[in-house]
Design a protein around this ligand. Structure first.
Ligand code: GNR
Ligand code: NI
Length: 174
């Protein structure tokens, strides 16, 4: 297993549209395992392959918060397709491992159905509400080159972009 580098906004690679996975083989399973290791190390609840420079329609989620005694609940979604079941706006505060340090409220449809393949390449579907619905929509946005900051005002997005660019410059010269 290995830790992967997480790209940060405004890296243009986060704007690429991810491509369908054509087969679920051992190499893909290795990628999935590396993504889980990377996500847990960063204390995230979701991760899309595009965030670790892999341009594939693959995302992982684990909403278990790692409290003592709590079992991990890893979910794998390959080539996910989403259908809105209830478009009522649901407001939730979001963060992103690719936009570190910023948390803002975003509205998304309250209930969705997701069809995807699991880690074994088998088709499954899941109805999602609450935090799972928020997270799966956030991750599917990543596959389409979209970030949660795109839902904010231009002013807020510009501020976040400038601050992160400044941080990246400082890190590069340190
Ligand atoms: O770790 C994460 N937390 C989170 C909180 C609210 C809404 C969405 C998320 S996803 C984020 C990890 C991440 O950036 N996934 O792409
Ligand atoms: Ni994210």
């Amino acid at each position: 297993m290995s830790l992967l580098e997480i790209l940060e906004f405004p890296d243009p690679r986060l704007r690429k549209k991810a491509l369908p996975v054509d087969k679920v083989d051992d190499a893909l399973k290795q990628t999935i395992d590396d993504m889980f290791e990377t996500m847990y190390a960063a204390s995230g609840i979701g991760l899309a392959a595009i965030q670790v420079s892999i341009q594939k329609r693959l995302l992982i989620i684990d909403l278990a918060d790692g409290e003592e005694g709590e079992e991990p609940k890893p979910l794998v979604f390959i080539n996910p397709e989403i259908t809105v079941l209830d478009p009522t706006p649901y407001r939730h505060e979001e963060g992103c491992l690719s936009v570190p340090g910023y948390f803002e409220f975003v509205e998304r449809p309250q209930k969705v159905l997701v069809n995807a393949l699991n880690r074994e390449g088998e088709a499954f579907e899941i109805e999602a509400e609450g935090l799972l619905a928020v997270c799966v929509q956030h991750e599917i946005d990543h596959l389409n080159g979209k970030l949660f900051v795109d839902y904010l005002s231009v002013l807020k997005r510009q501020r976040i972009k400038s601050k992160l660019e400044k941080e990246h410059k400082q890190n590069a010269s340190a």
